[in-house]
Design a protein around this ligand. Sequence first.
Ligand code: GDP
Ligand code: GDP
Length: 438
Amino acid sequence: MKPIVAIVGRPNVGKSTLFNNLVGDKIAIVDDLPGVTRDRLYRDTEWSGSEFVLVDTGGLEPRNNDFLMAKIKEQAEVAMNEADVILFVVDGKAGLNPLDDEIAYILRKKNKPVILCVNKIDNFFEQQDDVYDFYGLGFEYLVPISGEHKVNLGDMLDIVVDIIGKMDFPEEDEDVLKLAVIGKPNAGKSSLVNKLSGEERTIVSDIAGTTRDAIDTLIEYKDNKYMIIDTAGIRRKSKVEESLEYYSVLRALKAIKRADVCILMLDAKEGLTEQDKRIAGIAAEELKPIIIVMNKWDLVENKNNTTMKKMKEALYNELPFLSYAPIEFVSALTGQRTTNLLEIADRIYEEYTKRISTGLLNTILKDAVLMNNPPTRKGRVIKINYATQVSVAPPRFVLFCNYPELIHFSYARYIENKFREAFGFDGSPMMISFESKS
Ligand code: GDP
Ligand code: GDP
């Protein structure tokens, strides 16, 4: 599990500039899902061999002072609860601001490590005096930096890595399937967890450690054990509406990263919302197996034998990047079909961790290529030689060919479909890449 490092601070101190420069060249590696994560706020980052998730707390519009104050406080609270390390950014050029004091006050309340980043110190020798004022905020770590000109960022990251290195991250139990029940507030996540656990079977374990205040729920069903990750926290309601989204996204991200299988809860009565799509997009990008759950099935009126089919079609239409995810219709209130989710989770996790023998894989590949050759491009004939599965969880396949750069996205999709027809991989994402013959 990767630690979370959150950037907080009032508007215009240079948070986004810092975020972008810290994640820098890594951005190009991930293809963002269209329309889902355009303005994404987090990236996997690495420094000196230590991996962590860097989170930008997002832009705050200074509409009016009271509103701004409320939002900033909330943002700082969220960071306090969710992050392992906090980068508190202030503007060294502008000097200490009453809003900085407010944030500092919140950040001091808990014992999370805070690194005070005095930003916009483009030239330390000329701006030394600008830095001193900030010592008064009383944080253990203070680093003058320039996010824009990349001054001292290495020193700052060294401190982050040092702090992370000293933290305890609890070991995860191998025999337990970890489920993240994700979805927007009121989708019915807690109701589902309550239904599935039933009081006598529940063992609520408070996992200690610096990394989270989460409460995981252990469930036993038909001799199998399941751990439902941190759903209690998602319930906490937000005071200021706009930060609610940021809050639930960060919360969901943490749960998704730890999970073996994601259970995406939707409100059947309400239908799919933008926030649902965004959370679905995160689970897809994290390459986890996913079950889409239409909850509150009891509230859907005038159901007939085509209702499910129509809903499924509509969902896959709106979530094309989850075409592999099974859809189940449940009522967390009555318990209708809820235990099916555990059985589906077992099944798709098995798919996710499945390995196909190279011989069989290549038989299917040969057939697929025979039926539909990669189109000739730029006068070149593309020849695919062989395929191999390079990993499980998620399953990744590499296809060796003479001109990998000429393979069109739609051809990769064709191969994926052929592999899925032959091998299943229901509920599991699948990665297919083309490389030149080694
Ligand atoms: P945010 O609102 O905290 O995300 O701040 P932004 O990253 O949008 O930056 C606000 C302004 O400060 C922009 O005009 C940046 O160009 C400027 N800025 C950011 N970092 C630095 C820096 O290190 N030095 C200087 N001189 N300007 C900076
Ligand atoms: P969470 O915020 O996602 O944890 O959602 P909750 O579990 O707190 O549920 C929000 C509201 O929806 C509560 O009033 C629940 O009783 C209600 N609810 C949850 N699941 C169902 C369901 O399947 N059917 C009906 N009718 N109501 C439900």
